[in-house]
Unconditional design. Structure first.
Length: 186
């Protein structure tokens, strides 16, 4: 098995630069890298078999997106991609009933994910408090607009509704989101 740093050396970039970037990636999102390498959760980062292209791709996604402890469109897309889930952007007019902030929608396999991005975690929590978690609609909403299984999620500054999918697919998508947004460097 090729190590992360040896795999990084396959890139066109100088080895020292690649090794530094590989270390940054490992520190930034080790769980996602383990998933991408199909490695167990307790596998040492240095033992992951990742190509230079994998490292470059992960570094580019991490560097391009704010790491401020809040979800952003780019951090959601990056997280799902690093978790091995293909995301396809859908029409942003697809919203979540009872939530009046910017909402983005993606197709993830046979599921649809709708995320409402709030400026703060407190505002997201307030919106979540107004939702019926069993039906993924506002409390008191008479009819559900969902034609398939709806799972309501809240993490940091987002409220999300995941529509459809098998139990395993719901678990994979919710785990990617519930792992939390990228945190500021220490």
């Amino acid at each position: 098995m090729m190590t992360l740093l040896l795999g990084a050396a396959c890139s066109d970039k100088p080895a020292a630069e690649q090794n530094n970037k590989a270390a940054a990636v490992a520190a930034a999102d080790s769980a996602a890298l383990r998933t991408r390498a199909n490695a167990p959760a307790d596998a040492p980062i240095g033992a992951l078999a990742l190509s230079g292209a994998d490292v470059d791709s992960a570094v580019a996604a991490i560097e391009a997106c704010p790491r401020d402890g809040r979800w952003h469109v780019c951090s959601v897309q990056s997280r799902f991609s690093l978790a091995g889930l293909r995301v396809l952007a859908l029409d942003s007019a697809l919203g979540i009933p009872g939530i009046d902030v910017e909402t983005k929608a993606w197709r993830i396999g046979g599921q649809q994910l709708r995320l409402a991005f709030f400026p703060s975690e407190a505002e997201a929590r307030q919106a979540m408090d107004r939702m019926d978690s069993a039906r993924a609609v506002p409390v008191g909403f008479a009819d559900s607009p969902w034609t398939e299984r709806a799972t309501l999620l809240h993490n940091a500054n987002v409220v999300a509704v995941l529509l459809g999918g098998s139990d395993r697919a719901v678990e994979r998508a919710s785990n990617a989101l519930m792992a939390g947004p990228p945190q500021p460097p220490q």
